[in-house]
Design a protein around this ligand. Sequence first.
Ligand code: MG
Length: 364
Amino acid sequence: MNPYKTRQEMEADEARLLAPFAQKSGESRGRQFPEPSHAYRTEFQRDRARIIHSRAFRRLEYKTQVFLNGTGDHLRTRLTHTIEVASISRTIARALRLNEDLAEAIALAHDLGHSPFGHSGEEMLAECMREHGGFEHNRQSLRVVELLEHPYPKFPGLNLTSEVREGLHKAQLSSLEAQVANLADEITYYSHDLDDAIDFDVLNFAQLEEVDVWKYAADSVRTRYPDLREPELHKLIIRDVIDRQVQDVVATSAEKIGSAEIQSRDDAGKQSALIRYSDELASANRALRKFLYQNVYYHPRVAEVNQRACEMLRRVFESYLLDPSRLGDAATRRIESEGLDRTVCDYIAGMTDRYLIEEYRKLE
Ligand code: MG
């Protein structure tokens, strides 16, 4: 017997343990630039490591999720959001006998292209790029892994497998693992945005009683723990919200996959939305999403700070267009192939909130 577990043994485990419709790492369509395979890591495990070791991944720590980065030590950042998405993706993938490593790698990479200052930052960057091809964070995540990261001397990007890269195309999710990561992203932000909004005092319990997803979990927690008070109460309710969502997705998806008679990875690729909520929860989630937009994302304490931050983003963007010599070396080398506007957009999209604020201060 080998002194260590080989990649071939791990691939054999996948063939034995995973569902017939899971994406097996040994059947990957491979990488754009061929590389020798590894002795004791599968292709998707390597992808996961490449993503975690990227510079863009480390910068997620200092990027806003919803509440401006640095305003509270317990509020989610883009990094902690990403780690929660990866955790929920793994739970769902494993329960459905899908490839956990693939779902996790997609989840870890899904927000690499996010701009500073959350969704307001994304909107402002899209506005700055209106005449030059626009900006959208999912597309940018692909640019990060295919072009902007450059740890290897022989090719640009992280040279990820085509299954992980396809998982970042939100419009055409070809594997069930990609659909899992996509839905896990939603489950994660529904629950943590409620949690953070309560911690940040922009939501109170009375408002939340109107929200079915909240009320369902709150009633159940109050029945089990009638004496529980804040802050423990809302933490437990959030836990229940996540648990209901995950259980619903696992049960509903298992049933859908069964009734659609999905037998192989190719069958799964031909059908969209096999990984899904029950109709009842999907409609409750739509109401929750609407509630979050009305009461959290555009709450003055959230929107006003983000608006000020976005104004900085616009000023910094314009300043680089006027004086490209202030761009970093790697960005300067891309001007010729990508054009100045796109190069500035890539540069700014990659910035952390605090770096952008520093750059803004230099202009004053
Ligand atoms: Mg996300």
